[in-house]
Design a protein around this ligand. Sequence first.
Ligand code: UDP
Length: 334
Amino acid sequence: MLITGGAGFLGSHLCDRLIGMGHQVVCLDNLVTGSMDNLAHLLGHERFTYVHYNVCDYLYVEGPLDAVMHFASPASPQDYLEFPIATLKVGALGTHKALGLAKAKNARFLLASTSEVYGDPLVSPQSEAYWGNVNPISPRGVYDEAKRFAEAMTMAYHRYHGLDSRIVRIFNTYGPRMRPHDGRVVSNFIVQALSGKPLTVFGTGKQTRSFCYVDDLIEGITRLLLAPSDRTPKQRTDRQSFLYEKNDSPLVESVHEPINIGNPQELTVLEIAKRVQALSGTQVPLEFKPLPADDPKVRCPDIRRAKELLGWEPKVSLDEGLRRTIEYFRKKLA
Ligand code: UDP
């Protein structure tokens, strides 16, 4: 199996899971936002290979591949604002290369997409049927549009080439291996609390997010990866029928269409700040800062599809997940 972005927060947890299941794993990463610290324990493992590589370049690996998983991309708003063009390129060119490799190897393909495809949503919770509300020219549009393009490209390979593809729309996730200065809210608050600094709340703090612990997310992604295909690629020879598929076709409930994976417990940013204060045992104050442009006002996954198709739902409570993450950062910062 091949994972692009395997040195990142989610990519490295996925490498661990697949190695643990007995698979052979090739990990590609150019370490723009990933880190070798996340893979140190796997280096030297007989079933693990790391290659320093920019996946926007032509992709080739020797031998057979069962699956290609495209996780490479800056994923924190702070990162995609710092690397806007790299974000667009890895979502567009990188996805194209990863799809091409999967097609050449007759491998299954899994795209790491995002709840950002829903933009600043006008409906909540967001089901996969919602088309989203994205501003293409806002600073965060680089990530949203790159992932929307990546989804469109993946579905085109599925429909036109019969590629056995999957798309996971990942909602906010937290846990060990987030970078201390990643910029995302949970890691920021924990690092700030543990260093005795004020928690930086953007805007009023009344905007909502729904946080999934990383182990739950990886379980959902693994189930999606391993779920049987609706039809094998060989049966997909009648291209016309796929091009003119109707919305009422059984494929609407297909593992090849996007699936939300996230925890539907919705909280305001102020509520997250309070949980971090309580669980870290610190009484640092809050410091209000301006809200970034086009910061979504609400976000909450509708996970009925994941429940029905994969039998998946999150298991780790917010307090338990936060405790484990605080513990990780305590050691990391020590
Ligand atoms: N946020 C915050 N303080 C921080 C970092 C983020 O209040 O130090 C807010 C941010 O404005 C957003 C929410 O927390 O409303 C989640 O931000 P994050 O960057 O974690 O992810 P997003 O869901 O926006 O991609």
